[in-house]
Design a protein around this ligand. Structure first.
Ligand code: DAK
Length: 259
């Protein structure tokens, strides 16, 4: 596996990958190089047909990612800022289009680009000390990595507007109530809980899991009729895979399926 400077990519038991943003001195802020390394890491995971789940987290106990790197952004020209935003948007989009589920383990601050990174994952587990927010307006800029679009789709327009125009951070419990995160755990248990959840996903048919992610990701931007038609197509396709016969046979024989 390639060595990176600003991230770590590990392949763990059960074909579960873990990508860690590793710049704890600046609370894992995202600079251009980190984004490029994330892109290369995502390519490695995408190229590995045995990959089943990707976990994404931040190094240290304080932050998931405290945003785009403000010191690198400070002197950008408008065109450079646009390019920087486009780079991040393309990398974040890869988390959504990666064929396996991506789980963000938000272990502290997830602000600005950090919150937007978590929003690009399929779902979020948070530690009790997590704080999520979009404070870009406090810096005099708009969100640039998708937050103004993904946040309203997840928490609804009113709550998203409140977060986006006040810059207020929400803590883990409020994020849980708002459906922004799926579960909250003590920080020391977060990785273990992430691995447990990943292991549950790995018990299921890998192709069915991939097709289901594709349905959810592609379907949310379609009208209901076309989205359901796509579901019928992929449902039909799942009957072309060995795991459908094994899964159904195992049920009828009252045993665990061997995928
Ligand atoms: N960038 C760079 N360095 C950061 C950072 C960041 N986002 N966040 C923290 N750091 C650094 C701090 O400068 C400090 O460095 P030293 O002073 O030790 O050298 C170190 O991390 C520890 O931080 P603090 O000393 O501040 O720690 P505290 O516990 O006191 O505070 C905090 C933690 C997370 C509340 C605070 O660090 C903070 O407010 N950080 C900034 C959070 C933030 O504003 N994030 C959003 C960044 S903006 C675009 C438009 C917009 C964007 C991008 C593109 N386009 C139109 C294309 C914007 C995106 C963003 O993410």
């Amino acid at each position: 596996m390639d060595q990176f400077e600003n991230i770590l990519l590990e392949k763990m038991d059960g074909n579960i990958y873990c990508l860690t943003i590793n710049r704890p001195k600046v609370l894992n802020a995202l600079n251009q190089q980190t984004l490029m390394e994330m892109d290369a890491a995502l390519q490695q995971v995408a190229d590995d047909s045995s990959a089943r789940v990707l976990l994404v987290t931040g190094s240290g106990e304080k932050a998931f990612v405290a945003g785009a790197d403000i010191s690198q952004m400070q002197n950008l020209t408008p065109l450079q800022a646009k390019k920087f935003g486009e780079t991040a948007l393309a990398v974040f989009r890869r988390f959504e289009t990666l064929d396996v589920p991506v789980i963000a383990l938000v272990n502290g601050f997830a602000l600005g680009g950090g919150c937007e990174l978590a929003l690009s994952c399929d779902f979020i587990l948070a530690s009790e000390n997590a704080k999520l927010g979009q404070p870009e307006v406090c810096l005099g800029v708009t969100p640039g990595f998708g937050g103004s679009q993904r946040l309203p789709r997840i928490v609804g327009r009113a709550m998203a507007m409140e977060m986006l125009v006040t810059g207020r951070m929400v803590d883990a419990n409020e994020a849980l109530q708002r459906g922004l995160v799926n579960h909250v755990y003590p920080q020391a248990e977060l990785l273990e809980q992430g691995l447990k959840l990943a292991a549950k996903i790995c018990n299921n048919g890998p192709v069915a899991v991939k097709l289901t992610k594709e349905l959810v990701q592609r379907g949310q931007d379609l009208d209901l009729e076309n989205a359901c038609a796509m579901e019928s197509d992929l449902f039909g396709l799942s009957f072309a895979c060995d795991e459908q016969s094994e899964g159904m046979q195992a049920f009828l024989e009252k045993r665990q399926a061997n995928f």
